[in-house]
Design a protein around this ligand. Sequence first.
Ligand code: AMP
Ligand code: MG
Length: 402
Amino acid sequence: MKNYLSSFNHGLPSVRFAGIREPLRHRRIRTGIAPASLLFSLFLLSLLFLMLPCSSVYGKEEATSQTGFFLDTVITITLYGDEDGSAMDGCFDLLEEYEQMLSRTVEGSDVWKINHSDGEPTEVNEETVSLIETALQYSELSDGAFDITITPLVELWDVENKALLAASEAEADTNESENSNEAGDSDQSEDTDESADSAQPEGSSLIPSSEEIEEALSHINYQNVLVNGTTVTLSDPKAEIDLGGIAKGYIADRLEEYLLSCNIESALINLGGNVQTVGTKPDGSVWKIGIQEPFGGSYDIIAVIECSGESVVTSGTYERYFEVDGKIYHHILDPKTGYPTDNGLTSVTILADSSTQCDALSTTCFVLGLEEGLELIESLDQVEALFITEDETMYRTSGFPE
Ligand code: AMP
Ligand code: MG
């Protein structure tokens, strides 16, 4: 059933690429991939390697790692003691199941059904309801800074596709300038200036008009999401939900639960920067999770967190963005302004036991900003945070490891 691109199994964590399911065939890593998707996948892969344990000391138990692409994210799971591979298979089956349930873009998923219900009550899975209810609690907690009815803005800004486009254009520019350099053409600088001028109107057109933003904002209000038993109703028929700010954390928690039920006591789950540790490393030492310097190179780690069973989740502007006139437009949107959150933060990392909580809070705090975010985390038990601002200053909550 599974189509592995490659697999290894030896003493150190190895990488095994999982095949991509049919609905995501255009994202297949092995063949027929669009250059931009490939670039983006490589970018994501470089991010995930950052989150692998910094230490290379492992116990005697053998490690197996497998990488796949779910929920628009590169996922890597590393397990110790999964001799027959059944726990790994179980994890990837769960990922598939949750994507079919919670993805906004997979036709027939619970979220898709809610978004296409035209305001009619929609019967969904208990787990979907419970996750929506949890998400709504974070909306209440943050006075709407976290809001799953953000979809009209997500679609309007379409940051992910614009980021891919920008990456492929940058690649084309690099190739072009390399070719020009090789040719030693003295007209080169003139040509470059012309293409920069002609790119200007295209850049501006990437930014939605204020009318479009106003229209999208008029459908954003978490209070329009009504839950009754296992039925969800959107009281504004044009409202749509998106669980992108919380679903990966929820799935990480479910994977941890599943692995513990399989007696796997040592594992690392990385859902595109949402990291969940299971137990300790087999030799009893802690996992060391590196936090990337925003916009730094792949190996620029600015903090290392020691974990044994906790989760570490980061929301950052550098994860998905495009740039116009030197300004970054990223994927964490402010439901009050309709624009990508612009409050001087570049990343927020949350450390807690629950990955769902980490995921929801990293997005929430990012939108709330430094002061309110710090205040919120300090008011919660057993949760710590690291905020990084555009001037690269780090702000830790009182219990965040130094
Ligand atoms: P994360 O990377 O966990 O911070 O989540 C970002 C994703 O959450 C985006 O790609 C959107 O799908 C969604 N999102 C963006 N802004 C918000 C918001 N203000 N509240 C809830 N979800 C959001
Ligand atoms: Mg989040």
